[in-house]
Design a protein around this ligand. Structure first.
Ligand SMILES: Cc1cc2nc3c(=O)[nH]c(=O)nc-3n(C[C@H](O)[C@H](O)[C@H](O)COP(=O)(O)OP(=O)(O)OC[C@H]3O[C@@H](n4cnc5c(N)ncnc54)[C@H](O)[C@@H]3O)c2cc1C
Length: 494
């Protein structure tokens, strides 16, 4: 039987932040248990784009994360707007219809920049500008999406690799291929350890405290179907196959309180050509988020969302689910040649269907009612606008269609100039919103509303932050924020 100060379950961004923080705060024997084998380690963090949303008042403050940036990018700061804490919190409130946990969301937002600086200084994570995702060129200046300027160098792959390197440098033990199965609780109500399963069978790890950072239930078809519904149950998985809800079930078995939107998830438009699980080497390249510059048609030939409701980084996390509700869970994104240069580089992982007329384009799509699809495009074009009317891809341009039953409220440019392009899309699940109730100390709260002694939680497992929707780049900063707190408090737990 092994005895540890802190046992960390999982090896993604949140768990490794917790392990590093526990060590930084004096814990000597810290172990990370990772269910995946070494070659599949790192959870969704590996698959992620590594983009980090955080609040700052003056764009020049970002410079400390990106040394030498002005030599690389001329006028770098000119295209960055300040993103004060109130705006970050306002975005969280807006996209969750005011339902984000009032305490935890403020803790996340108010610590966001500090957390990212800590990831760099203590976590050893190098950063780079998130250019392919959040910058658009206008008049020779790169204009950046608000709050989304920085990502981990080499995206999720680099982020995950750096966390492991730091953990190893700090002497943190990492056990691969070791699945946590059960939390052990003493008669005094304290968590005393974890029962695990590895190639040698079942054994017990004892510890003074346990941090759960082992993800949601996005890869578990039964739990998805049960909690979110059959449509999402059938969704393709964008990240790790290992997040099966184990930590949530284990915690609830010892009395932890489920919290947040268990019927909700982050699901995005992805290429319909991908398999049930995204290949590890292609990470997040499945995304198809440039729908704001075109329209989406379902297999009945109808539009079904306001593609221009908001910037894609504020709608992508709910539109995947909207697509899953359409016939066959498949839609087509249609663009003309005036906007095709605006499509994000991830579109290059599939070949579009192209044609010189809209009739020829629609003829090639597996749309059941092609005549209706052409009518939809014609009707859209009759109410849409022209570039000279004020089309501006760098901001919400207010260029709305006029007179459609379902308006497109920004970037409503006519689909008029051949050649025309179509990309398929389905909904891919990224992560689940339901989690556990935790307090500001990242302690897990029981159904008796008291903290469960010795049990902490971080990352996707924290319930209550996201409802229906999510602002891009928040998951990793949330994971590191709560991971850091969990690790610090787990180290101190006597
Ligand atoms: C394709 C994609 C792109 C994304 N892009 C971004 C982005 O750019 N920015 C952003 O902020 N967020 C992004 N996200 C979301 C982000 O990746 C997650 O919010 C974040 O990585 C979750 O971190 P985590 O540590 O909670 O979980 P994970 O990183 O998923 O780690 C969970 C860990 O627990 C392990 N585990 C599971 N069960 C057990 C068990 N029983 N015993 C032991 N170990 C177990 C898993 O193997 C894994 O190591 C993206 C997600 C995906 C899938």
């Amino acid at each position: 039987m092994s005895r540890y100060d802190v046992i960390v379950v999982g090896a993604g961004n949140a768990a490794l932040a917790a392990a590093v923080s526990a060590t930084e705060n004096g814990a000597e024997r810290v172990v990370v248990i990772e269910k995946a084998p070494r070659e599949m380690r790192g959870g969704n963090t590996h698959w992620s784009g590594g983009v980090l949303r955080f609040a700052f008042d003056d764009p020049r403050e970002i410079g400390e994360l990106l040394p030498g940036i002005e030599d690389e990018f001329e006028n770098f700061y000119d295209g960055i707007s300040p993103y004060p804490k109130e705006d970050f919190h306002g975005d969280l409130m807006r996209v969750t219809s005011g339902r984000t946990d009032p305490v935890l969301s403020k803790l996340l937002v108010f610590n966001s920049f500090e957390t990212v600086k800590w990831m760099k200084q203590v976590g050893g994570i190098k950063m780079e500008p998130a250019i392919t995702l959040s910058a658009v060129k206008k008049d020779n200046v790169m204009v950046w999406a608000r709050g989304l300027v920085v990502r981990a160098e080499h995206e999720g792959v680099g982020l995950s690799r750096s966390w492991f390197a730091t953990a190893e440098r700090l002497g943190i033990e990492i056990r691969y291929g070791t699945a946590a199965m059960e939390l052990l609780m003493g008669d005094d109500g304290r968590i005393r350890g974890v029962k695990v399963r590895d190639d040698d069978g079942i054994s017990v790890l004892n510890g003074r405290s346990v941090v759960l950072g082992c993800g949601g239930f996005e890869a578990n078809v039964q739990m998805r179907t049960q909690h979110i519904g059959p449509l999402v149950g059938a969704a393709k998985v964008r990240g790790t196959p290992h997040n099966q809800g184990d930590g949530l079930r284990m915690a609830m078995n010892v009395g932890a309180m489920p919290w947040g939107q268990w019927s909700g998830c982050h699901a995005t438009p992805i290429s319909a050509e991908w398999g049930d699980f995204a290949p590890r080497e292609l990470t997040d390249r499945s995304n198809r988020l440039s729908y704001v510059y075109g329209i989406m048609l379902n297999r009945k030939g109808r539009r079904f969302v306001d593609e221009g409701e908001d910037g894609a980084l504020f709608t992508y996390a709910k539109f995947g689910r909207a697509i899953l509700a359409e016939p066959g869970a498949k839609v087509w994104q249609i663009f003309d040649s005036r906007v095709v240069h605006l499509l994000e580089p991830r579109y290059q992982t599939s070949k579009p269907i192209t044609a010189n007329t809209l009739e020829d384009l629609v003829e090639q799509l597996d749309i059941d009612d092609r005549a209706h699809a052409l009518d939809t495009i014609d009707e859209y074009n009759a109410h849409a606008r022209e570039i000279d009317d004020g089309f501006d891809p760098t901001r919400k341009d207010g260029l709305s269609s006029r007179g459609l039953a379902l308006e497109k409220t920004n970037w409503a440019l006519r689909i008029a100039k051949p050649p025309f392009y179509a990309y398929s899309a389905t909904g891919g699940i990224t992560f689940t919103f339901g989690g556990l109730k935790v307090n500001e100390e990242a302690q897990v709260i029981g159904t008796d509303w008291r903290p469960i002694k010795g049990l902490f939680c971080c990352g996707e497992m924290v319930g209550g932050l996201f409802y229906d929707n999510y602002p891009a780049g928040t998951g990793l900063v949330s994971g590191a924020t709560f991971g850091r707190i969990a690790g610090r408090n787990a180290a101190a737990a006597g």
